[in-house]
Design a protein around this ligand. Structure first.
Ligand SMILES: O=C(O)CCC(=O)C(=O)O
Length: 311
């Protein structure tokens, strides 16, 4: 059902599948928790206010249009292939922070709806990181497979990542992809469970290695060796995927024939009772995983920058 899919290399049909939809959650929080435990994620259709999501899309693409990267009408998200970001916004990190803190975007990522959904999964009140990843992914972009826990857990015992498509994202535009049953790969998860991202670069390298495993460099080999599949779907505004800190994920390649930029945002939630004092993720000026704040994100670089340089 998913034709012509690539993640740097073509993924054969037998290694692809659809993400499971969790439909019963509205009336039955237990069904939500059971689906999360079974799959390592939940895909909730039409869970967020569509108008809010589209307002966030417009807000972000308007900022990118102001630096010449998106052509009007901005809602379409078509890349110009050009950029004046470096001349018009000389501090890349400050520019990206201001886009990432836009009020319409934050209404979606930090609004009551998402907090409620994360809380249902924890079965306890939830709170979001202040730091988030806004991802305008141009044609050619893909995110390597990895798990989030070592990077983002900080002082929390548990985290979930909420991945939100900001607008429609067909398969050819390179949406989120999840490795089926990866939250049950106990032999791989053992070392990852104890790896936390420390401030020193060696610690970062070790946590990164632990988190990515071989899946980062060889998706096909990894899927085959684990006898598993890569799951994705056509996303719509209003959808959200919430996955656990030990669920392996990345994205498909964006090869939009329209030159459309895939726009999504991902934000981590944790139980509100857990420690929330890690300066990398909390506060008015979170420092980010490597200390570079919003400037260290791939998206802080101009949209036209070739993918390899945007790692
Ligand atoms: O959207 C993507 O390309 C990857 C998302 C991701 O890595 C995350 O949500 O943690």
């Amino acid at each position: 059902m998913l034709d012509g899919i690539t993640q740097r290399q073509p993924i054969p049909d037998e290694l692809l599948g659809p993400l499971a939809e969790c439909s019963a959650w509205r009336d039955d929080p237990q069904a939500l928790q059971q689906s999360f435990a079974e799959h390592g994620y939940v895909l909730l259709r039409d869970a967020l206010d569509r108008n809010d999501v589209l307002a966030a899309r417009k807000e972000v693409f308007t900022r990118l249009a102001e630096v010449g990267e998106i052509v009007p009408p901005v809602e379409e998200g078509i890349a110009s292939g050009l950029s004046q970001r470096q001349t018009l916004a000389s501090d890349a990190g400050m520019f990206w922070k201001s886009v990432s803190e836009g009020p319409a975007l934050r209404r979606v990522t930090h609004g009551p709806r998402l907090r409620e959904l994360a809380g249902l999964l924890f079965d306890a009140p939830a709170r979001p990181h202040d730091y988030l990843f806004l991802r305008p992914a141009p044609v050619g972009n893909a995110t390597n497979l990895h798990v989030d826990f070592p990077f983002f857990a900080g002082g929390a015992a548990q985290i979930v990542t909420c991945w939100i498509p900001l607008g429609e994202i067909p398969i050819c535009d390179g949406p989120l992809a999840i490795v089926e049953n990866s939250h049950q790969f106990e032999d791989l998860l053992g070392p990852i469970r104890s790896a936390r991202l420390s401030a020193d670069p060696r610690g970062f390298a070790l946590a990164q290695e632990a988190a990515y495993q071989s899946g980062a460099s060889d998706t096909l080999g990894f899927l085959r060796s684990r006898r598993t599949r890569l799951l994705s779907t056509h996303f719509w505004q209003g959808d959200v995927v919430i996955f656990g800190g030990f669920t392996m994920h990345g994205s498909l390649d964006n090869h939009s024939p329209l030159g459309r930029v895939r726009l999504s945002v991902d934000v981590r939630y944790q139980p509100a009772a857990d420690r929330a004092d890690d300066p990398r993720f909390f506060g008015a000026n979170p420092t980010g995983a490597k200390g570079g704040s919003y400037g260290e994100q791939k998206a802080a670089q101009p949209l036209g920058t070739p993918w390899v340089a945007r790692q």
